[in-house]
Design a protein around this ligand. Sequence first.
Ligand SMILES: Nc1ncnc2c1ncn2[C@@H]1O[C@H](COP(=O)(O)OP(=O)(O)OP(=O)(O)O)[C@@H](O)[C@H]1O
Ligand SMILES: [Mg+2]
Length: 386
Amino acid sequence: MTPLASYTADYPRLVEAAAAAAGLTDPVAFTAGTYAYFLLKSATRGPLVPLQGVLLRDWLTGGRHFYPGTKFGLRLYTAEGVRFARVVAHLDTDYADDAYDFYVVARADYVRLFRLAVRASRERGPGEVPPVMPAGQLEVLRQNTVGYLDRQNLRRIKELGGRAKRGLLLTGPPGNGKTSACRWLKNECLRAGYEHKEVSPDAYQAARRACNPAAEVKDLFAVHRRGVIFFDDMDVALRDRNTVKETDDQAVFLSALDGIEVNEGVVYVFTTNCPLSLIDPAFKRPGRLDLVMHFDPPDAALRRELVGRWHPEVRAGIDAEAAVGETAGFSFAEVEEVKNLLILRHLEAGAWDWAWAMNQFRENRAELAVRDRNVGFAAPSANGHR
Ligand SMILES: Nc1ncnc2c1ncn2[C@@H]1O[C@H](COP(=O)(O)OP(=O)(O)OP(=O)(O)O)[C@@H](O)[C@H]1O
Ligand SMILES: [Mg+2]
C-alpha cells in the first residue's frame, strides 16, 4: 500500500470511530490552526474516551486545558452547548509528524463552532502583564514587533520599497527580563492573530545536524503568515567568529537570516546575555539586526515598581522602601528570589521577616559561589590521581 492509500484509508476510519465514540452524527473533521487556542479557551474540557478501544494517556504538567492529555484517544469538549472532540492518534511517539491530530464536530454544528472560534479570537482580553521596564522601552518593543507587523504599516513599507523584515536583539545580564519580554510578546502575537514561533538552541543545533542543514536552518527562519520568531539564548550562533571558533555554525546562521524571502512580514527577536562587544559584527550589520535593546539591572525606581506589584499581604508585611534600598545592584530575578524566600519563611514561621530573607539569599549565593569554585578545584586534583 502506498503511504497515500494507507492515509486515505486511515483517516475516514478514525473520523468514523471518533464520531461513534463521541456520539456525533455526520462528522466533519478539521484542524483549528491558530484558532485552536481560542476554541479551547472558550470550551469546557470533557472526559477522555478510547478510540477504537484504545486510550493512551499522556502525563504532563501545566497547560492541561490546552493539551488533550492523550497520545491515542479522544478528548471531548463543549463550547456554548456545541460538542466536539479532539482526536489524537500518534503512531510513533518519536515522530510527531506521524500523528493524526484533528477535531471532529457534527456537521450541523460545524459553522456555529467555527464562528464561535472566530469570535473568541477577536475578543482581545486584557493580555498579560509585561515585565517591568524603563519608561518608553515597552513602547519601543511593542512598536518594533506587533506594531511593525500591523497590516497598514507593512503595506506602506512595501509600497515605499522597504524590507518587510526586522531583527531585534535583546541583551543584558541574566535575570533582567529578556525571556520575560519574549513571553509577553508571544502573548501579544496570539492576541493580534500573528504567527509566533520559538527556536530553541536545541532546535537550531538539530537543524544544523540534519542531512540538509542549509534548508533546515532556513526553515527555522520562515513564517507562513505575518509573525515573530524568537531565538532565545542564541549565544553560540551570535558570538564573534574571530574569538570563538564556531565559524561554520555562524556562516549557516547568518546566511539563513539573509536568505529569507518574506511574503508578508517577519520580526526576528534574538536574546543573549553575551556582551555586545563579543557579538559577531556580521550579525550586527543593518538588515540582519535593526535594533538592540538593553535589559539592564533595575534602578531604584524600577525595583520600586517591581515591589509595588507584589501581593498586598507581602507588601504590608515589609518596609517596601527599605526593600528597594537594600536590593541595589540586584537583578530583577534576584529581587524576586528574595521575595520567594520571604514567602517561604512566612509559611514556616508565620512572620514576615525581610532581614531573614536577605540573609538567606546571601547565604544561598555564597554557597553557590563556593560550589562553583569546588568544581574548578576538584577537576585537576581528580586528574592528578589518575
Ligand atoms: N523586568 C522584569 N520585570 C519583572 N520580573 C522580572 C523582570 N526581569 C526578570 N524578572 C523575573 O526574573 C525571572 C527571570 O527573568 P528572565 O528569564 O526574563 O531573565 P533573562 O533576562 O531572560 O535571563 P537569562 O539571560 O538568564 O536568560 C522572571 O521569571 C521574572 O520572575
Ligand atoms: Mg532568558
